[in-house]
Structures are given as C-alpha cells and as structure tokens.
Design a protein around this ligand. Sequence first.
Ligand code: COA
Length: 351
Amino acid sequence: MIRTQILGLGSYVPDRIVTNDELTFLDEKHIRQDTVQTETNDAWIQQRTGIKARRYVPIGEGVATSDLALEAAKHALADAGLEAKDIDCIILGTLSPDIHFPGTAVFLQKKLGISSQGCACFDIRQQCSGFVYGMQMADAFIRTGMYKRILLVGAELHSHSLDFTTRGRDVTVLFGDGAGAMILGPMESEDPRSGVMYTAAHADGNGAMDLYLKIFEIAKAPYVNYDARDRDENSTKYPQMDGKRVFLNAVRGMVMATNTALAKTGLTWDDITWFVPHQANLRINEKVAEVAKIPAEKVLNSIEFYGNTTAATVPLTIDHWRKAGKVKRGDRILSAVFGSGFTWGAAIFTL
Ligand code: COA
C-alpha cells in the first residue's frame, strides 16, 4: 500500500544571534541602546525557559517569513535530490504571515520560481502545532494519491512583532526567527511502522485567548484601532499570553499526545530513537519527559540556541541535531507539539 516517506529535510535561521543580555538593550528596531529597554536578565530567562539566545532577521532589508521559508525549502529540496519544479503541493504553517492575505504559501511558491506550474498552496494557522498539523495533511494527501511531492514548511518571523519594553518581556524573551522544511512523497510498503507511521491533531478553543495576537478585530469597525500614543491600544500589535495557563496546558497536552501516540501504535521507547517536543520552554519539555517517563537521552531540544520558532521548531530541532551528527536517516522520531489555540498533536515518523 501507499505510505508517506520523508524525502528531504532542511532548515534555516538568520545570522544575527541575540543573546539574553543584548535583548535587554534593544529598541523596536533591534538597535542596541545605552539604557535598558526591557527589564529582564540572562539569569531569569535561563532559569525559567532555558533560552540563551535567538536569531533575528536584519531590519530594513525587506526580509519576510516567505524568505525564511524559501531558504529552508531549498535545503530540504537539495537533501531530497529534487528541484522546486518537482513540487506539486505546498503546505506552509506560520503565525507570522507576510501579509494578512493572500497566504504566505503563494509568496513562497513565487520565490521558488514555480508559480506558472500552478501547484496547490495551503496556509495553515495552527501556530506552534502547525508542523504536525501539516504533516497530518501531507500524509493524508499522499496516501490518497492526491499529491506526490509535498513541500511542508514551518516558518516564523517573530522579531518584528514583539514588544521591546518591560510590558512585553514575558513574551518577547521567548521567541526567535527561523524556518524548517520537509519534502514528503509516496512509497510502496506493507510495513505499518515505515515512513509517517502516526499523526494526531487536536484543539480546544477554550484556550484561544490565553495566547493570541490581535492586530485587528474584524467584528469591529474600524477593524484596526491603533494609536501609537495609547499604551493600551497599541498593545493589540503584540502577542498577549497567560504564561502559567499556557505552561500547564502545554505539559498536559504534550504528555497526553505522547502517551496516546505510543498506546495507539503499540510502540515503546525502545522503538523510538528520538523524542522531539515543540520548543516553547525547556522547563515544559523537562516536565513532559518526567511525567511521560521519556528516557532523558532520547529527548532533543534546541531552544537554548533559537528560542521558540513556533511552527518551525520540530524540523529545525531535528535538522540542528542531524547537522551535529546525532540524528541520522532511518531514525524513528516521536514529536509532540502544543500551541496557541489551544492546539496540540503528535507524530511518529522515520527520517
Ligand atoms: N524577565 C524578568 N522578569 C520577568 C520576565 C522577564 N522576561 N517576565 C516576567 N517577569 C516577572 C513578572 O513580571 C513577575 O514579576 P512579579 O512577581 O514582580 O509580578 C515574575 O517575573 C513572575 O512572573 P510569572 O508570569 O509568574 O512567571 P512564570 O514563572 O509563569 O514564568 C514564563 C513566565 C513566560 C516563562 C512561563 O509562564 C512560561 O514559559 N509559560 C509558557 C509560555 C510558552 O511556552 N508560550 C508559548 C507556548 S507555544
């Protein structure tokens, strides 16, 4: 029968490394000031989140989310030994689209130089769960024979929409820019453990306003009500979060998704090479590993280098550790994710 295999993997992060200490002094154009702009510090950030640094795109060079996606896509295509023209479907997960509409996948398609071929382009808005949601879509499309070469990308440009004042510090310290991509295609196999073995996607809209970014409210006219001088009004430009509720639900959601994935597939940790959780907070991942009894040596994190890159964290983390020589082709990965929505899910696949 037709199953889905991963043909290629790639990732991209911008060159600029912003350490916790530097972030304290950055203004909204990411220019270092002499005085503290955001009252935070390296010890607090590391202790609560495990983050040491994150990457930011250069300001003023017109870099968009689709540019980050493009670089990750090029690496994934090269890894698969394919060219952009081979792609017949793009699925792009992001919470930081280039513009409100059209979706970012069409900008990526154009930058890949394949617009005239007219391949299908999907944008999905499942935030930190976007990559696993996208993998479930891609798997279903491939198993039914709908598409044969799917480019699945998670890409985020957070650094332009963060509040570089003490007001926004709970959120600003967490996020970074980056992208990760996979190419997925069909294979003939009777082995139920091969390729993409399992995917699950869930949501609970009760948590929708525990982590959100408004910018506008379509239910209101005028639907954008922004006054730079009004501190309360201009907060709609920035993400808002109830950190403690997100933390608790993230642990619960990822533990549940992980245990269900093992129960439904009949696998044990002996069958899994790596556990790759979403990278929101190292403390969340440590708690998940403890509660779900995941062998510590199987857990891969990359948050200390990149912060939270939402839809990009899963492929970025895998690629980071593949470049370091740890992850190899043929490894079986269990990934669990949780994000704004609330949304969560899990996937088990062989690289
Ligand atoms: N630097 C220094 N102090 C900070 C700070 C920062 N970046 N952010 C918040 N604080 C302060 C608060 O103002 C508060 O001060 P107070 O006690 O004087 O009022 C104190 O630290 C504790 O704040 P609190 O919000 O209770 O901290 P916390 O222990 O919940 O940690 C998070 C905050 C954001 C690290 C934590 O809640 C978290 O990681 N939540 C999950 C977030 C997440 O993963 N989001 C993405 C999900 S996909």
